[in-house]
Design a protein around this ligand. Structure first.
Ligand SMILES: [Zn+2]
Length: 408
């Protein structure tokens, strides 16, 4: 779970100096590990521990975290190489990754354990170790349900992160899953698309026209900045991109939450299309293509799966073939059934409906058939990265407007 810190300017200076020192030390330790080919935590400690404490003024705990961070980076690299994520052995990318030590950005995230960081959740304060000594009384903001989750389930390490001048702590929370509902009374079908990001078989449309207007505006602005191509334009571009990603993530969280809460409340399962290949499936004119591929349906699927598992709601993925051209009333399949992007009109029985709603009803029906044939919930196993941060900061004016446009 991510909470935002609200450090005073002095506290921010101390946090920044701490991150810098930790990352410099980690980069140095990583160099030693590379040179001596010692990539095991305990072994590397022997070569680096005292130097790190002396040279960067890190405490015992911090020094150990830093060494572990360097070792973990090599472990991650090793598995990435093994999985073929960096190309074949001998390729340019592969060589670039193995021929020099791992380096850390000056502002890279730093893990904190319970001895370096303590939480006073009721007061919304933390006490955190820095190179300038222990800082008590650093404020943070969190929504009431975030505070409850922190109080009940926070466990182990937290990462200190600085992004665009804002400070965050990513706290690990071990939230137990609810008992799975193995006898859903029905399924809630969800159709995912470009014009309407999600439409349910109950007829609810989430993130439609308003959102696309904002995204179109962002895109024009980005194109302008790209053309400029000055250092400041590049900086602004990067910032906007990240902001856009945060916004999309926030929207995905809201949609996922809404879908899961609705399914849980009505004791239903969730039916989704199998998302692999969604890009190939929809052929679009160029401007729309950009809109489409820039929406992370995979992320939305992950969020839904993650929240569903937590709530014990079964999820079934169905084959998306013909869901948009099949009549949900009589089952007649015809390409011509889909009159326009938005309208569905059956050539056989005359049934008329909103096109996405018709699709979501078909998805629902397919899932129900699969379930009765003995399908199991396909909500995948939890990801290593906390994909589902149980919501972020809310109720800024922009997000209020967004809720309205989401129809939530
Ligand atoms: Zn029909």
């Amino acid at each position: 779970m991510q909470v935002r810190l609200l450090p005073t300017s002095e506290q921010a200076v101390a946090l920044e100096a701490t991150l810098r020192a930790c990352n410099e030390a980690a980069t140095w330790a990583s160099g030693v590990a590379f040179e001596k080919n010692v990539k095991n935590n305990f072994a590397l400690r022997e070569h680096t521990y005292h130097q790190i404490k002396a040279r960067w003024g890190l405490g015992a705990q911090a020094a150990q975290r830093v060494i572990k961070k360097a070792c973990d980076a090599y472990a991650t690299l090793k598995s990435a190489l093994k999985a073929g994520n960096l190309g074949r052995p001998g390729s340019k990318r592969y060589r670039r990754a193995v021929e020099k030590p791992v380096a850390f950005r000056p502002q890279g995230a730093q893990p904190y354990d319970d001895r370096m960081l303590s939480w006073q959740i009721d007061q919304r304060r933390i006490s955190i170790w820095t190179t300038a000594g222990r800082m008590r009384d650093v404020a943070f903001t969190a929504a009431p349900e975030q505070l409850a989750t922190l109080a009940l389930h926070r466990k182990g390490e937290s990462d200190l992160v600085c992004r665009d001048g804002m400070w965050f702590l990513n706290a690990t929370c071990d939230v137990p899953d609810a008992a799975p509902n193995n006898e859903p009374v029905d399924f809630l079908g969800v159709d995912l698309g470009i014009i309407n990001i999600a439409t349910t078989s109950d007829g609810q449309i989430m993130a439609g026209r308003e959102l696309n207007r904002i995204r179109a505006r962002e895109r024009t602005l980005r194109t302008k900045l790209q053309k400029k191509n000055t250092p400041s334009a590049r900086r602004r571009l990067k910032k906007r991109r990240r902001k856009e990603a945060r916004r999309a993530r926030d929207i995905n969280h809201k949609i996922a939450k809404h879908v899961v809460v609705e399914a849980e409340r009505t004791a239903r399962g969730i039916a989704l299309e199998d998302l692999t290949g969604i890009r190939e499936r929809v052929r679009l004119r160029k401007p729309q293509r950009a809109t489409h591929s820039s929406w992370s349906f995979a992320q939305l699927g992950q969020f839904i799966a993650c929240k569903a598992r937590r709530a014990g709601v079964p999820v079934v993925h169905v084959d998306p073939a013909y869901t948009s051209r099949t009549c949900a009333e009589c089952g007649h399949i015809d390409k011509a059934n889909r009159v326009s992007q938005a309208r569905f009109a059956c050539r056989s029985c005359g049934f008329v409906d909103h096109a996405d709603r018709n699709s979501s009803r078909n998805i629902r029906a397919k899932a129900w058939v699969l379930w009765r044939r003995g399908a199991h919930s396909t909500a995948p196993a939890p990801l290593l990265e906390p994909a589902c941060g149980a919501g972020r900061k809310r109720s800024t004016t922009a997000s209020g407007a967004r809720c309205a446009s989401l129809g939530l």
